[in-house]
Design a protein around this ligand. Structure first.
Ligand SMILES: [Zn+2]
Length: 262
């Protein structure tokens, strides 16, 4: 996970979001009991939150990667999801915990509540789980103040994930309680992330090649070493998949000094 600069929302979102939120709030005010019991549930309108302009802007600002696992989501191959950081229909304190209804229905179309995510992180793992440091502070009405909540999930467009999540080889490690909860809820350390493991192996083998070829008397071998060096440095770029892991790899495996050219 890396810090994401999401930028401004698409210009036409504000008005559609306002109308959508007003509708949700009116529905809730008319029938709060039904929304609390689950007899009625909010189902956000994908024509608003999933509009092409929203998706395009999210995909670009996330470098085409999942906000949580940094898997690359190429259009037409892996469908990116517009993920609601605060869930809309209901919330859960943990996986399998009781449903707390309603969810954050007044944030269903809020740009600040959107992230770009893969199916695994958004649907298979996170779902409606949204743990708070203090459960009793959970806001369940549109007139509440969510800034009084302390969410346990790292919000990568609002804070630097590297302060909470470090790496041991290809496995993320929680540095703080929030980092640990984020890893657990999203399953970031599970073997399902096999593409990341493969990427780690590529980093390892590139590093070995640099070390082997760096001081070679053969000019061609030294050029290969430079290419592997460039691959390792480039892997840290935010546009590259698993760039947080790659940056940690480079910190843990300093490159040998460039050989002096004669
Ligand atoms: Zn993901």
């Amino acid at each position: 996970m890396i810090r994401i600069a999401k930028g401004a929302p698409p210009t036409n979102l504000a008005e559609r979001a306002r109308v959508g939120h007003e509708g949700h709030i009116a529905d809730y005010v008319a029938d709060p009991g039904d929304y609390r019991s689950g007899a009625k549930a909010f189902k956000p309108d994908s024509a608003i939150y999933g509009a092409r302009a929203v998706k395009t802007r999210l995909r670009a600002s996330h470098h085409g990667k999942c906000a949580y696992c940094e898997e690359h989501l190429p259009p037409r191959i892996a469908h990116g999801h517009v993920e609601h950081y605060r869930p809309v229909a209901f919330s859960q304190d943990d996986v399998g915990s009781p449903e707390i209804r309603p969810g954050y229905y007044w944030l269903a179309y809020d740009w600040d509540n959107f992230l770009w995510s893969c199916h695994y992180c958004n649907s298979t793992k996170k779902g409606n789980v949204f743990p708070l440091r203090n459960k009793r502070m959970r806001v369940r009405r549109h007139d509440g103040d969510v800034t009084a909540e302390t969410p346990m999930l790292i919000k990568p467009d609002a804070e630097d994930p590297s302060e909470h999540i470090g790496w041991y080889r290809e496995v993320p490690k929680g540095l703080t309680p929030r980092g640990r909860v984020t890893i657990k809820v999203l399953g970031l350390d599970l073997p399902a992330h096999e593409t990341r493991l493969q990427h780690y192996r590529n980093l390892e083998s590139a590093y070995e090649r640099v070390c082997d070829l760096n001081g070679s008397p053969d000019a061609k071998a030294r050029r290969h070493a430079l290419a592997f060096r460039a691959f390792l440095m480039d892997a840290e770029h935010p546009s590259k998949p698993f760039s947080a892991m790659s940056a940690a790899f480079n910190r843990d495996n300093p490159l040998p000094p460039l050989p002096e050219e004669d």
